[in-house]
Design a protein around this ligand. Structure first.
Ligand code: AMP
Length: 383
């Protein structure tokens, strides 16, 4: 590394790390990544230290000379984040935020403590406790593993009593069967099923200057397919000032409670004019990819600014944006690049079913123009 160039060390070298690296490069900051994979795609934009998160052998090398450490996915062991903090290295978001986001129970307890609405919930460790929780909360319910769930994995919907055993067995062993599998049990959480009108997220950047040092993006509307985010619209269509204010208040309360520095995402359900919080992500988030082309300062740049202790950038939207994820496979890059008005972001990954390979952003001057451009994009990628 050249002398005098600030270094940001990032745990994880996937596409989020890669986009952080690109944003950091514009600011004259060089990124160094730690990842166990031999072909991590952030390697195209920075040095990769190939190491295991569980028992890293090259931790000193990873943090050497770094102004700060951050992470790009939430399954980095919290113990590793704590170890880095104990070395006296600046790490953001703080290990407490990481620990909280890794456990759906801690997240929901935090929301409850802060007076933020959530689905009704109860933690359960046995089949009998699960049955009792479902009875108390009422059908339908969603049962989730407390840890390691993503993209709709690690959860099952219980619509009728006959779904209880298959749901339990699916979450315990990955195979539904006729008999209850007991113990040792994977800890679960039972949640009331929310008949939401739509899913939203709020993204906020917390700066190093304390509670008031925060920039909140306009709320984003998110559409999933097969449990994976497919389309985001930012600002969310028809977003009222009252809903924006409620989303901002949620992000602010969570940020303050955790002493949060960096980009925070809170996933929300909109029910009428109310927002219920589902979960937090202590990192840059797929639902914020539209900000790369549709906000004054994108989420990646604001995360880098925040964790480096720099002033935050303006989080206002420029126009109305939509983001489409490219999942599993996509037309050739040249064809995508030819779509009028499209901003193409490819991650340099090998195609594989269910894999996020890139995304497309479109920006319009109005919601109508956004929809028209989005339609063109969706036609082009399905054709
Ligand atoms: P999660 O892993 O918690 O983000 O859940 C994945 C998806 O499942 C969400 O984006 C929702 O579409 C759906 N979902 C999760 N929890 C609930 C709930 N309590 N009620 C209704 N739908 C849910």
């Amino acid at each position: 590394m050249s002398a005098g160039v600030p270094v940001l060390a990032i745990l994880g070298g996937g596409q989020l790390g890669r986009m952080l690296g690109l944003a950091a490069a514009r600011l004259g900051v060089r990124c160094r990544f730690m990842d166990p994979a031999d072909n991590a795609v952030a390697g195209h934009v920075g040095e990769i230290i190939r190491d295991s998160f569980e028992a890293p052998a090259r931790l000193d090398e990873f943090v050497r000379g770094a102004s700060a450490v951050t992470y790009e996915f939430e399954n980095v062991p919290a113990a590793l984040a704590e170890r880095i903090a104990a070395m006296g290295v600046r790490i953001h978001p703080c290990p407490l935020a990481l620990r909280t986001a890794q456990d759906r129970l801690l997240e929901k307890q935090l929301f409850r403590r802060l007076g933020i609405g959530t689905p009704d919930f109860e933690a359960v460790d046995t089949f009998e406790a699960m049955r009792a929780a479902v009875e108390r909360i009422g059908l339908p319910c969603v049962v989730k593993t407390r840890r390691y769930g993503y993209d709709g994995k690690g959860q099952a919907v219980v619509r009728e009593p006959g779904d209880l055993i298959p749901a339990w067995n699916l979450l315990q062993k990955g195979v539904p069967g006729a008999h209850v599998i007991e113990p040792p049990a994977v800890p679960l959480i039972v949640e009331g099923f929310v008949p939401f009108d739509r899913e939203l997220s709020v993204l906020a950047a917390g700066g190093a200057g304390g509670a008031a040092d925060e920039r909140v993006y306009p709320l984003t509307e998110n559409r999933h397919e097969g449990g994976i985010l497919r389309i985001s619209r930012g600002p969310a269509p028809g977003l009222s000032p009252a809903l924006q204010a409620e989303g901002e208040a949620i992000a602010r309360r969570v940020g303050e409670a955790l002493g949060y520095v960096g980009l925070l995402a809170v996933e929300l359900f909109q029910v009428g004019e109310r927002l219920l919080a589902n979960e937090i992500a202590p990192r840059v988030h797929n639902s914020g990819h539209w900000t790369m082309d549709g906000a004054v300062t994108c989420q990646f740049e604001n995360h880098v600014r925040a964790v480096m202790g720099w002033p935050l950038g303006d989080a206002s939207a420029r126009g109305c944006s939509a983001m489409v994820n490219l999942i599993g496979s996509h037309p050739p890059a040249e064809r995508l690049a030819a779509i009028p008005g499209v901003h193409l972001h490819l991650y340099g990954k090998q195609p594989r079913p269910g894999r996020k390979l890139g995304h497309l952003n479109v920006v319009g001057d109005s919601q109508q123009e956004r929809e028209a451009r989005l339609e063109v994009v969706l036609k082009a990628i399905s054709g």
